[in-house]
Design a protein around this ligand. Structure first.
Ligand code: NAD
Length: 381
C-alpha cells in the first residue's frame, strides 16, 4: 500500500505531537512541515528529521503529491489555512478550536463537504480506551437514563500573572480562552460519550488576572517559567481564566462543569462524572487508565484499562495489554489511524470528530459568552 503523504503546518507544542504520532502510522508519512518563518521550520526539521521545510504553507498546498494536511497553528490562522487546504483538495485535520467564530467554522464545514475532502477537528480525547468504554456503556444501556453530569477541566500553567501565551490575546486566540481552549474538549467529550446534546447553558466567567506581564520575546506554549522580571511588559487581559456553566438537556438530565486555567497543582485535569439510573461513571484524564463505576446496590468498581475487560466497541482503542498504560500521545495515534483510514475509504469518516464537531463547540462557546454577558440561560441550538 502506498503511504499517504502528509504535511504538518505549525511546529510548536502540538505540532511535535502530531509529527511523532503520524510516524507511528504504517500507512502515512510526514513529507513536509511549514511554520511562520523558514528558520523556525528548518530548526524543527533538523531536530525531528523532516527534510522538506518552508516558511510559507501555501507552497505545500500547491504540491499535488501531498494528500493530507495537519493544522497545528494558533487559533486565528485555522480558518484561512483550513480554507486554503480544502480549496487545494487536501484532507485536513485542524486543531481545536476549529476557527475564531462559529460563522467561520460553518463556512469550513460547507466548503469541506462541497470539496468532498476528509475533515477532522482535533478532539483527540475521544480516543482514550476508557472514554470509548464509557460511550459503549451508555450506548448499551448499562448506565441507564442519564440524570446528571458534572465535571471540570482545570490547569495551572496560567497560574501566575507572569504566565503568558498567545492564547491570552483575543485577536490570536479568540474571544473566549479557558472555555474555547479546554471547556470545548470537556463539552465535546460529554456529548460524544453520552450521545446527548446540551440544549441550554447558564454561565459565569471570571478573569482573575486582569493585567498580565507579557514577555518581550516570543515563547513556545508552556515555556514561560524560565524568564526574569525585566523580560516583561504589562498587558490588559479580557478573556476568562475561569468559567462555571450550568447545563440543560432535553428531558430530565441536568449538569454543570467548571474550567479554570489558574488551578494550583492541577496540571491538566479533565474530570467527567456521569450519573444514570443504573450506575455512575467517573473518569479523570490525569489517570486515564482507570474508570470508576459506582452502584447504589452493589460494590463500586475501578476498571483498569485492559482490552479483555473493555466492551467490544471500545477494545479497538487499546493497543497494549492490561496494566500497560496508554496516554495522551496514544490518543493521537488512534485518531490519526482512523483519519487515514477515512482518507482511503470516505465511508469511514463517521468515526471522526469532523469539522461539524468543531462548529458545534464554537456554537457552545458563543452561547457561554452570551450567557455570561446577558446574565441568564441561553439556548444553544
Ligand atoms: N488537541 C490538543 O490536545 C491540543 C493541545 C495543545 C494545543 N492544541 C491546539 O493546537 C494549536 C497550536 O497550539 P500550540 O500549543 O502547539 O501552540 P504553539 O505556540 O506551541 O505552536 C504554534 C506554532 O505555530 C506556528 N505558527 C504561527 N503562525 C503560523 C502561520 N501563519 N503559519 C505556520 N505556522 C505558524 C508558530 O511559529 C508555532 O511554531 C492551537 O489551536 C491549540 O488550541 C490542541
Amino acid at each position: 500500500m502506498e503511504k499517504l503523504r502528509v504535511a504538518v503546518i505549525g511546529t510548536g507544542f502540538v505540532g511535535r505531537v502530531h509529527v511523532e504520532n503520524i510516524r507511528r502510522q504504517t500507512d502515512a508519512e510526514v513529507v513536509a512541515i511549514a511554520d511562520q518563518t523558514a528558520e523556525i521550520a528548518a530548526g524543527f526539521g533538523r531536530a525531528l528529521g523532516v527534510a522538506r521545510t518552508t516558511g510559507e504553507y501555501r507552497d505545500l498546498l500547491d504540491d499535488p503529491s501531498i494528500d493530507a494536511v495537519h493544522i497545528c497553528t494558533p487559533n486565528k490562522t485555522h480558518f484561512p489555512i483550513a480554507r486554503d487546504a480544502i480549496e487545494a483538495g487536501k484532507n485536513v485535520i485542524c486543531e481545536k478550536p476549529l476557527a475564531m467564530t462559529a460563522a467561520e467554522a460553518a463556512r469550513l464545514v460547507e466548503l469541506a463537504r462541497a470539496k468532498s475532502v476528509v475533515h477532522a477537528t482535533s478532539y483527540n480525547l475521544r480516543f482514550y480506551p476508557n472514554v470509548a468504554q464509557m460511550r459503549r456503556m451508555v450506548e448499551t444501556g448499562q448506565v441507564g437514563e442519564i440524570l446528571a453530569v458534572q465535571g471540570s477541566y482545570v490547569q495551572d500553567w496560567l497560574f501566575y500573572d507572569t504566565d503568558y501565551n498567545w492564547r491570552l490575546e483575543p485577536e490570536v486566540g479568540g474571544a473566549s480562552r479557558a472555555m474555547a481552549d479546554i471547556g470545548s474538549h470537556w463539552c465535546d467529550l460529554l456529548e460524544h460519550v453520552t450521545g446527548r446534546r446540551i440544549r441550554a447553558v447558564c454561565a459565569e466567567l471570571a478573569t482573575f488576572h486582569p493585567i498580565r506581564k507579557k514577555p518581550k520575546k516570543p515563547l513556545e506554549t508552556y515555556a514561560g517559567k524560565m524568564l526574569a522580571p525585566e523580560d516583561y511588559e504589562d498587558r490588559p487581559i479580557g478573556t476568562e481564566d475561569f468559567a462555571a456553566v450550568l447545563l440543560r438537556f432535553d428531558g430530565r438530565a441536568r449538569g454543570s462543569f467548571t474550567v479554570n486555567q489558574v488551578a494550583a497543582g492541577r496540571k491538566n485535569r479533565l474530570l467527567m462524572e456521569i450519573y444514570g439510573t443504573r450506575c455512575g461513571l467517573t473518569w479523570d484524564g490525569e489517570r486515564p487508565n482507570e474508570l470508576w463505576v459506582g452502584r447504589r446496590d452493589g460494590k463500586n468498581q475501578l476498571l483498569v484499562k485492559d482490552p479483555s475487560l473493555l466492551e467490544r466497541g471500545a477494545r479497538g482503542f487499546a493497543d497494549l495489554p492490561g496494566g500497560h498504560s496508554e496516554g495522551y500521545a496514544d490518543t493521537f495515534k488512534q485518531f490519526f489511524r482512523r483519519f487515514y483510514a477515512a482518507c482511503r475509504d470516505h465511508s469511514l469518516a463517521g468515526d471522526l470528530p469532523g469539522f461539524d464537531a468543531g462548529l458545534r463547540q464554537l456554537e457552545l462557546v458563543e452561547a457561554v459568552l452570551r450567557s455570561d454577558a446577558e446574565g441568564g440561560w441561553v439556548e444553544v441550538d
